[in-house]
Design a protein around this ligand. Structure first.
Ligand code: IPE
Ligand code: IPE
Ligand code: MG
Length: 255
């Protein structure tokens, strides 16, 4: 592990801004998860169609991925489409699938150049074939990259993930008496990925909406009223700064 103090290196743009805010670069959350919410409300505020909100949200995501990567965050997981989002009007669902497929294709080269490793979480066998193939291609292309691990949660449901884990455990014939929390964790979609330390939700709702419900048992929450299309570098830094002000106790007593 590289133990050289960050100050000894030349700090990049976002690291400088972080240090100016009082953020300790040696104590960043390793894994940040984001519930990217409020695209529809942003669009309505502007008198635009919801899909234009999603398009704007995609631009935000590009910036946040770059910021997180340059800041030194190791894992970024974003909720792009929930297992429950199929309940939306067909036009919006179709539009989102097209948008995500195009984004996956258009961003691959830049992500690869930036040493980003792409993963997905969710039942991707149920998404349209073109999107599934684009995601699989992205995962394969970037699998040996050593920079930030970017996980796109798509057709993702936390309960579905736990059900899928249980199915695997049962299929492997693991005796009930041998099942522990570690067994369940080892059968989640990306068992090598550490649990999130910080979960950010934009647009103000105080709920999980079925996101990483197993993994987020002890993660710190940061909810902002800012909608996802408006979320920028300073909001990310503010979330990290707030995270660093929290005392994590994991059930124990911390003096
Ligand atoms: C989040 O924005 C994006 C997805 C769920 C795909 P919303 O579309 O949920 O935006 P609001 O909640 O309607 O404002
Ligand atoms: C959660 O947002 C899903 C994503 C951000 C992809 P929703 O907008 O679907 O959540 P609810 O419906 O407000 O709980
Ligand atoms: Mg929403």
């Amino acid at each position: 592990m590289n133990r050289t103090p960050a100050a000894a290196h030349t700090l990049n743009r976002i690291q400088k801004a972080a240090v100016d805010l009082g953020i300790d670069l040696e104590n960043l959350p390793a894994h940040v998860a984001v519930i990217m919410d409020g695209n529809g409300r942003w669009a309505r505020k502007k008198g635009l169609q919801r899909l234009l909100g999603h398009r704007e949200g995609y631009k935000t995501l590009r910036g946040v991925l770059l910021d997180a990567s340059e800041l030194g965050i190791r894992y970024l997981t974003v909720y792009a489409f929930s297992a429950e989002n199929w309940r939306r009007p067909k036009e919006e669902v179709d539009g989102l699938m097209v948008l995500i497929e195009r984004a996956a294709k258009d961003e691959l080269r830049t992500m690869h150049q930036n040493n980003v490793r792409v993963q997905v979480a969710g039942r991707i066998d149920e998404v349209p074939e073109g999107l599934r193939k684009a995601l699989e291609h992205g995962i394969e292309t970037t699998k040996d990259n050593t920079g930030i691990t970017f996980t796109l949660a798509i057709n993702y449901g936390g309960r579905a993930e736990i059900v899928d884990a249980i199915k695997e455990i049962v299929a492997q014939g693991v005796p009930a008496g041998q099942i522990t929390e570690e067994t369940v964790a080892a059968h989640l979609y990306n068992p090598e990925t550490p649990e999130p330390d910080l979960m950010i939700r934009t647009a103000g709702e105080m709920r999980w909406s079925n996101f990483l419900i197993w993994q987020s048992a002890y993660c710190e929450l940061f909810v902002t009223d800012t909608t996802w299309p408006e979320f920028g570098s300073k909001d990310l830094l503010s979330a990290v700064h707030t995270y660093q002000s929290r005392t994590r106790k994991f059930g124990a007593v911390v003096e």
